[in-house]
Write a new protein. Structure first.
Length: 155
């Protein structure tokens, strides 16, 4: 008697798996990877062009150009998110738009836009720092740990 419900349960699981395989959408993995690679590479090329612009027209060196380039890339991604362009790019490229630093800017400003009806402090301010706060916290802590290890090793 104990085996009878188990057999029915197993048969229903097999039936469900067959049904699931029939209706499941087959994802084009190779095509999605290529789109992500190309869009991520294009974003990085734009970042490199911005770096070269700063080096050429302003008094930056290769050592000092990183921070203004990252800030500019984040600003551009936030601007494009505000106009709704970055969402279309992310829909097309998938992880290719999320991996570079522009994905961070998009995530931060998306939370702010989504909660703007709740007010500037409780809506925008608190929801921006849900993501940005953890990134800043772990970035700062990681930098501290790396600096501590480097200091101990060089003693």
């Amino acid at each position: 008697m104990a085996n009878k419900p188990k057999k029915n349960h197993m048969a229903s699981q097999e039936t469900y798996k067959q049904f699931e395989q029939q209706i499941e959408f087959k994802r084009p993995v190779v095509r999605n990877c290529m789109k992500a690679f190309l869009v991520g590479g294009l974003i990085c090329c734009i970042g490199q062009a911005i770096s070269l612009f700063y080096i050429t027209f302003f008094d930056f060196t290769e050592m000092t150009v990183g921070n203004p380039t990252v800030a500019t890339m984040i600003f551009i991604s936030m601007l494009l998110t505000g106009f709704g362009v970055y969402d279309h790019l992310a829909q097309f490229a998938g992880a290719g738009s999320a991996v570079p630093v522009t994905g961070f800017g998009n995530a931060v400003i998306s939370a702010a836009i989504e909660h703007r009806t709740e007010g500037f402090v409780l809506g925008v301010g608190s929801n921006i720092f849900k993501l940005a706060g953890s990134v800043v916290l772990f970035g700062t802590f990681s930098a501290f740990v790396v600096a501590l290890i480097k200091t101990i090793i060089t003693m």
